[in-house]
Design a protein around this ligand. Structure first.
Ligand code: TRP
Length: 463
């Protein structure tokens, strides 16, 4: 078993990129991005999204990497180390970790669904369902008590085992293996989707800019999606930053991770929408798209449909796994740095999070279900602020906490940390030339990113 005295850190820059890209690429890319991109005007949304991803998301990622590598600490202590005078900045680290915990809880629910669908595709259950029965099938499954909980636990066990394996032998090794597999599987799905008759309508839906659909809400959604998709603002990248090799070029590494995350999101759209349109299905959003519409699409492929369904849900499970790993690692690293053994730390967090996750799963449901024959989870009626536990977690982690954490992090970075320290770390103590980039970067850090985040926050709260 690895102990907290073993050397921790990634072995190579490539390993670091794969691990961080593994964190970034997840359900957010494959499940969420295509749907909101289509909903808010396709190409028009994409333009705004590109701006946020590269000018705010990537800037935050670099900032977290600098905080992590400079302090060599997990969040909370990282802030205290870099700013010993005002230790209340530690609270930002704490809030980030709480957010990671809550995100992990809800992430596990959806990952559990995905794993179940992978299992059902593999065993042929999914292909035996009549074409109009998928909505009922998903609803019956997600609102039942035992089966989703079993898959949550199974998924968490995989995540736990990787964390216990350690940073190099667990996270880095698994990411180096899974990320390339994921890209290959995704390309296979894209080729299949694009070669279907009528595919062009889906491509148009995804890319044709429709500025009338790009509302204020769409712009906010773009920033929220950029933060979530790149896993930034919550301290996960501080932890990964503390594992970066000392001679790693932070700008280059962040650029690769960001490009990888962006292209996988776009490719997911290409894999999904042309196929959805080619089958005459509606591009609905939320859980419906992946768990209710796509199975219909796969079934229309005939015999090969089962193979493609299995490949797709495997792809989604793997993407979710490397993201869940990063969330559990952030929490484990924090306890580990405070003296707890890695194994015990990961176990403690896992046991705590599984209760919340199963509670959220029990509370899954939809107000509309009461009007139809569809059912809700057994705890759907327990309300916090008029929301079920599931909806409450979803709102907190989807709308409020990420921009708050991201805003506080960037304020710390731009206005509290010393500029010389930042530039020293970015240039690897002067060995990497960053030229005029530092002026541009610092402008983004100090002004553009905080203002954009503040606007999102205020707009999100007023709404
Ligand atoms: N980025 C992942 C996704 O797109 C989710 C994720 C993993 C995440 N770690 C995170 C989000 C940390 C915010 C913070 O699915």
């Amino acid at each position: 078993m690895t102990s907290n005295t073993s050397k921790t850190g990634f072995n190579s820059s490539f390993g670091a990129i794969m691990a961080a890209a593994g964190s970034a690429v997840g359900l957010g890319n494959i499940w969420r991005f295509p749907y909101i991109c289509g909903k808010y005007g396709g190409g028009a949304f994409l333009l705004v999204y590109i701006f946020f991803v590269f000018f705010i998301g990537m800037v935050l990622m670099m900032s977290e990497f600098v905080i992590g590598r400079r302090s060599k600490e997990a969040p909370i202590r990282a802030y205290a180390t870099l700013c010993p005078k005002h230790t209340s900045w530690k609270l930002v680290g704490l809030l980030g970790l709480i957010t990671c915990f809550l995100i992990l809880a809800i992430y596990l629910v959806i990952s559990g669904w995905t794993l179940n669908y992978f299992w059902e595709s593999l065993t042929g259950t999914l292909s035996s369902i009549p074409i109009n029965g998928f909505k009922l099938h998903f609803n019956t499954f997600a609102s039942s008590a035992v089966r989703p909980a079993v898959f949550i636990v199974a998924f968490l066990i995989f995540t736990f085992l990787v964390i216990v394996g350690g940073v190099q032998k667990g996270i880095e090794r698994v990411s180096k293996l899974l990320m390339p597999i994921l890209v290959v599987l995704l390309i296979v799905m894209c080729v299949r989707s694009l070669t279907l008759e009528g595919a062009s309508e889906g491509v148009a839906y995804l890319f044709n800019p429709d500025f009338t659909k790009l509302t204020g809400e769409g712009v906010l959604a773009a920033l929220g999606q950029a933060l979530f998709s790149l896993s930034v603002g919550m301290g996960v990248m501080i932890v990964y930053g503390s594992y970066l090799p000392v001679d790693d070029n932070i700008l280059k590494t962040s650029m690769w991770i960001t490009l990888c995350d962006f292209f996988i999101a776009v490719l997911s759209g290409v894999a999904i929408f042309p196929a959805v349109f080619a089958c005459g299905q509606e591009p609905t959003g939320g859980p419906g798209l992946v768990y209710e519409v796509l199975p219909v699409v796969f079934q229309s492929f005939g015999g090969l449909g089962t193979v493609f369904a299995t490949v797709f849900f495997l792809l989604l499970s793997l993407a979710a796994l490397t993201s869940a790993i990063s969330l559990l690692e952030a929490l484990t690293a924090w306890l580990n740095k405070n003296g707890m053994r890695r194994f015990s730390a990961a176990l403690l967090i896992s046991v705590l999070v599984v209760f919340l996750s199963i509670a959220a799963s029990f509370a899954y449901g939809d107000a509309d279900n009461a009007k139809t024959s569809l059912s809700n989870g057994i705890w759907y009626d327990i309300k916090i602020a008029e929301m079920s536990i599931y909806e409450f977690l979803d709102k907190l982690t989807g709308t409020y906490l990420p921009p708050i954490c991201a805003f506080l992090t960037i304020i710390f970075f731009g206005w509290v940390m010393k500029k010389e320290d930042i530039m020293d770390e970015l240039s690897n103590h002067g060995t990497v030339k960053i030229g005029y980039f530092n002026v541009f970067y610092y402008f983004l850090v100090r002004f553009v990113a905080p203002v954009a985040l503040l606007v999102v926050l205020v707009a999100g709260i007023i709404k």
